[in-house]
Design a protein around this ligand. Structure first.
Ligand SMILES: Nc1ncnc2c1ncn2[C@@H]1O[C@H](COP(=O)(O)OP(=O)(O)OP(=O)(O)O)[C@@H](O)[C@H]1O
Ligand SMILES: [Mg+2]
Length: 278
């Protein structure tokens, strides 16, 4: 009986024109592969309400592994809210979120996640070194590994000379760079970066993007928010949020093509107008 079914699946069932036969087994396998595909992030109707106010409304997103997703949108659009839910810091009011196929909340995924908050969460009286070491210890890293990572990250944020300075002595942009390094100390597979390049000078911003692409090549998935449209062009996909709703999602080129616009800025304005008129 079972073999009969298997045999049926392996038989060519029909042909399409003069082309190759379509094997039911292959179709079935393709369908199963699609159903089983594990995304780095998947959200289904993810919603967050603060009292009667809806900050995030039925967000549906699928982010493949090793992709860079940029979340864009005006102040108050819901970008930080979405990120906080995905990091497990905020409880959604509705819908579901999956990280690497695991439904949130799930503590086992926390070591795989790195989070750089919009407001830097550093110990100002501690040195750059002690801040990095503190975050490494939270993740149970050995002293040796923390030291290695510290060297790499200080070089990346170009603050080697500031290693022993209290963070309070650093400029705003420098603090931001330390915060970025702290979020990556434990080599997470998924990075949430809330405005990682705000206040960072143009030269360093360019080097950050080189580094993000290097991380991507190593298989790391990055979700970041930005208000810089030129940066959004570097993302594999972007999600445009407005008033808590995802009004467009896709590769930057796809979005400008779909809206028949010359830039993402224009695309965003056109999509916002459509929303208002609808
Ligand atoms: N704890 C909270 N209680 C009440 N309202 C909140 C809370 N957190 C966020 N909000 C509201 O939710 C909305 C979305 O905020 P969010 O911080 O997600 O926006 P954002 O897109 O990150 O904006 P920005 O670009 O300014 O960082 C805003 O209107 C904000 O006032
Ligand atoms: Mg924000």
């Amino acid at each position: 009986m079972l073999w009969g079914r298997l045999e049926h699946l392996l038989q060519p069932s029909r042909t399409v024109g003069a082309g190759a036969p379509i094997y039911p087994m292959l179709l079935w396998k393709a369908r199963m592969a699609h159903l089983n595909q594990t995304y780095a992030i998947e959200t289904r109707n993810l919603t967050k309400k603060f009292g009667a106010f809806t900050a995030l409304s039925e967000l549906n997103l699928k982010i493949e592994n090793s992709a860079i997703l940029g979340l864009l949108g005006p102040n108050g659009a819901g970008k930080t809210t979405a990120i906080k839910i995905l990091c497990g810091l905020l409880k959604p009011s509705g819908g579901e979120a999956y990280i690497f196929g695991k439904k949130l909340p799930d503590r086992s995924i926390l070591p795989s996640i790195g989070y750089m908050p919009q407001e830097t969460a550093l110990y100002l009286e501690l040195s750059v070194h002690h801040n990095l070491a503190h975050y490494g210890e939270i993740y149970g890293m050995s002293r040796g590994r923390i030291a290695e990572r510290e060297m790499e990250l200080l070089q990346f944020i170009a603050l080697e000379k500031w290693r022993n300075e209290p963070v309070s002595n650093l400029s705003g942009g420098m603090k931001h760079r330390v915060s970025l390094a702290c979020s990556m100390i434990h080599e997470p597979k998924l990075l949430f970066l809330d405005e990682p390049t705000v206040g960072v000078d143009p030269e360093l911003r360019a080097s950050f993007w080189e580094y993000f692409n290097e991380l991507k090549r190593k298989g790391i998935t990055i979700v970041l928010t930005t208000h810089y449209m030129d940066e959004a062009q570097h993302c594999d996909r972007i999600g445009l949020l407005r008033l808590g709703k995802l009004i467009a999602e896709g590769a930057p080129g796809e979005i400008t093509r779909r809206t028949n616009t010359a830039s993402l800025e224009e695309a965003f304005l056109a999509l916002s107008r459509q929303e208002v008129e609808a």
